[in-house]
Design a protein around this ligand. Structure first.
Ligand code: 4GW
Ligand code: MN
Length: 331
């Protein structure tokens, strides 16, 4: 055995030297590759793609254009799902749509509901949960068979910020028990919107949030999170993934119960201190979603406002803000 052992030593030297030599050559080649040229080539390659590569900023592709979050939740863009499969999967799913139309915002309700009849969860079991301060004044739309319109009374708060935030309190109450017997998923929306294209069961998930149209191409540092430590909505600088909108989110009833309970708790804690988060319940929602990651994220196709975001990437404007004049809506 001894002679073999002696022979192995020089052979491993030779192999070692070879490896070093190869690494040297590879290193030399890599050094000579023009990486910026590679990016250009990739862009040309992708020229015929529907969503082109954005110019690189700090060498990072814009997060909002991805189809997966870093924690592997899908980001829903047109074309990434198969409607037939999903419609079949959800053939007995019951879906709720929660909306507030208080004071002057009652004017948005009819167009909102009529457009929902046309585009929202068509062919599925839908219950509308409408909250207003005077249910007798509501002009009801014609609702297709299998869909239910429920009108509920709610206090009309004086300050608009409180009207908007009251949605969290109301959600807590209704998702705790009442809604559990009636629906599987709940979608919560602003009323100053119209459905403008298909919005179906592809948006359903345990916990679903929507990318805010003004921030889906922005860097983390420009998100308008609540950064004051004193607020319950506080998000430390450098933390967070996306800036989500308060105008559309949803999930399983149990998940919306947990979400609204936590946000409502934060709103009340702030009130006791005499403060209010910078974007009211949207700030609390964003904080919740930093620590409870959504299982599905909706692209801004599902929440668009003309003139607010960069349109280049938006193929379908499915849920569209209705332009409003201050004097028409201010209470
Ligand atoms: C300013 O005078 C107001 S009034 C701001 C909100 C107001 C308001 C909001 C209201 O008087 N009645 C009302 O039902 N809301 C609800 O809160 C409604 O569902 C509305 O879509 C939601 C959020 O308010 P917003 O749509 O005005 O918020 P942004 O401007 O962020 O879309
Ligand atoms: Mn709105």
């Amino acid at each position: 055995m001894a002679p073999y052992k002696n022979m192995l030593l020089p052979r491993s030297y030779v192999i070692g030297a070879l490896v070093v030599f190869i690494l040297f050559i590879v290193g030399f080649c890599i050094q000579n590759i023009d990486w910026s040229q590679k990016v250009v080539e990739k862009s040309i390659e992708l020229e015929n793609c529907e969503r082109k590569l954005l110019p690189y900023t700090a060498n990072k592709r814009k997060m909002g254009l991805n189809v997966l979050t870093p924690w592997l939740a899908p980001i829903i863009w047109d074309g990434i799902y198969d409607m037939n499969i999903l419609d079949n999967k959800h053939n007995s799913t019951r879906i709720g749509l929660f909306v507030f139309a208080v004071k002057k915002y009652i004017r948005f309700l009819l167009p909102f509901l009529e457009s929902a009849e046309r585009y929202f969860m068509v062919g599925h079991k839908v219950t509308y949960y409408v909250f207003t301060e005077n249910v007798n004044n509501v002009v009801k739309p014609k609702v297709v068979d299998g869909r239910i319109l429920q009108l509920h009374n709610v206090v009309a708060d004086q300050r608009w910020q409180d009207v908007s935030m009251r949605r969290m309190d109301t959600l807590t109450i209704f998702t705790k028990e009442y809604m559990r017997n009636e629906i599987d998923y709940l979608v919560c929306a602003d009323v100053d919107m119209v459905f403008n294209d298909h919005v179906g069961v592809e948006i359903l998930g345990d916990l679903v949030a929507t990318l805010h149209p003004a921030f889906f191409l922005s860097e983390l540092k420009s998100f308008t999170y609540e950064h004051r430590r004193i607020s319950a909505a506080y998000i430390p600088k450098g933390q967070g993934d996306f800036y989500y909108a308060g105008a559309l989110y949803g999930g399983k009833v149990e998940e919306i119960y947990k979400l609204s309970k936590e946000c409502q708790k934060g709103i009340m804690e702030d009130k006791k201190k005499g403060i209010e988060a910078v974007w009211q319940e949207e700030s609390h929602l964003n904080r919740y979603l930093v620590y409870n990651k959504p299982t599905k994220v909706l692209s801004p196709e599902y929440l668009w406002a003309n003139g607010l975001g960069i349109e280049e990437f938006i193929k379908r404007k499915r849920f569209l803000a209705v332009p409003k004049k201050n004097e028409e809506v201010r209470n």
